[in-house]
Design a binder for this molecule. Structure first.
Ligand code: TRP
Length: 353
């Protein structure tokens, strides 16, 4: 059995433990700020984070701005992407009093953990990470030192706050495994400081985009949460379907039709087959109208909250300022413990003076 299967099998029992003892868990989760959040983010991760917060789990949410430059030269529009993401988190129901939202670049002590952590892994281990390999191939570029080592950086994201629960999709599972290895090695080499975090696999389906491929801004097949009703109608209208009147769910044979059915179904909380049966012989024009109405009705309240949030002066900056401050306080505490454990407590003494 591969580690995905093993981890997936543990989920019901993990869910039970979270429900019984939400206060025994600290969650860290994250996104790369690469553009506006879309429905794939919403159904894939944001909704699950809101649920965890509501169950009473202490939650940290990192916008991994340094991770943006793993597979590209520059972090284009990163400031705007960070603001857009925070607006969507708040509109979706994440509460800055309960969820600490922060960025890599504002937390120096977190980044400093990378140095000892890098000493705990081998080059061969880093090269074996299947997600890193896939990202490098997709980038069409040479493997950068940062791309090779970002799973270790991600371990610092998780361990700086001693998170023990990491909600991730399948892609990020190898990084949680790497984090467990780093925690274990640090604990046995120096002092038992870190929990071995568990992955919480979200059972959310991968949300297909309007062309049937995975929803992604770079494929141009995404519906951003922040779009207007008209913009939503326009992207849906542009979807390539076919002239077959009977609407059926067939992801292989009819990717455009099936992508629209999936998106509508998620928004209506139905199955794609049920939506298809409802449209029956009314053709893809009717499918597009139904999908547009479903998305706009579903996102209406989110978009209204988002408009209010964005209109409030300084709100987004203030949320990030507070999140960064809390993350810094915790990261400095952990770094002080790490230095102490490594026999470098003198560095803490210098800091305290
Ligand atoms: N790699 C994650 C992604 O691309 C984002 C991320 C950064 C993250 N640091 C993290 C996820 C720590 C979980 C834990 O989606």
């Amino acid at each position: 059995m591969d580690s995905f299967t093993v981890t997936a099998a543990r989920m019901p029992e993990l869910e039970r433990r979270i429900t019984e003892h939400p206060d025994a868990f600290r969650v860290l989760t994250g996104d790369r700020p690469t553009g506006a959040l879309h429905l794939g983010h919403y159904f894939g991760s944001v909704r699950e984070r809101v649920r965890l917060q509501q169950r009473g789990v202490d939650t940290f949410l990192i916008l991994a701005d340094y991770q943006v430059i793993t597979d590209r030269d520059i972090a284009d529009n990163v400031a705007e992407s960070v603001r857009e993401a925070i607006a969507d988190y708040l509109a979706a129901g994440l509460d800055p009093d309960r969820t600490t939202i922060f960025v890599h670049s504002a937390v120096p002590a977190l980044n400093q953990l990378l140095v000892p952590f890098l000493s705990l892994v081998t080059e061969a281990e880093l090269h074996r990470n299947p997600t890193v390999k896939a990202e490098q191939l997709a980038s069409g570029r040479a493997l950068s030192g940062l791309l090779l080592t970002y799973p270790v950086h991600q371990a610092a994201d998780i361990l700086f706050c001693k998170a023990n629960l990491v909600p991730v999709g399948k892609d990020n599972l190898p990084h949680v495994e790497q984090t467990r290895v780093i925690a274990r090695r640090f604990n046995s080499r120096y002092a038992p400081l870190f929990p071995e975090p568990e992955a919480l696999l979200t059972d959310a389906p991968e949300v297909p985009g309007l062309d049937g491929r995975k929803m992604s801004k770079s494929y141009g097949n995404a519906i951003a949460l922040s779009m207007s009703d008209d913009e939503t109608a326009a992207v849906i209208r542009r979807t390539r379907t076919d002239s077959e009147r009977r609407i059926t769910y067939d992801p292989q044979g009819r990717p455009g039709v099936s992508g629209l059915l999936s998106v509508a179904a998620l928004c209506l909380d139905e199955t794609p087959e049920e939506v298809a049966d409802r449209i029956a012989d009314a053709g893809s024009g009717q499918l597009k109208r139904l999908a547009t109405d479903a998305v706009n009705a579903f996102l209406g309240p989110h978009r209204a909250r988002r408009r209010d949030i964005v209109a409030e002066p300084d709100l987004l900056d203030e949320v990030l300022r507070r999140g960064n401050a809390r993350a810094n306080e915790i990261a400095e505490g952990t770094l002080a413990e790490v230095r102490e454990a490594m026999g470098m407590g003198y560095a803490n003494a210098v800091r305290a003076r």
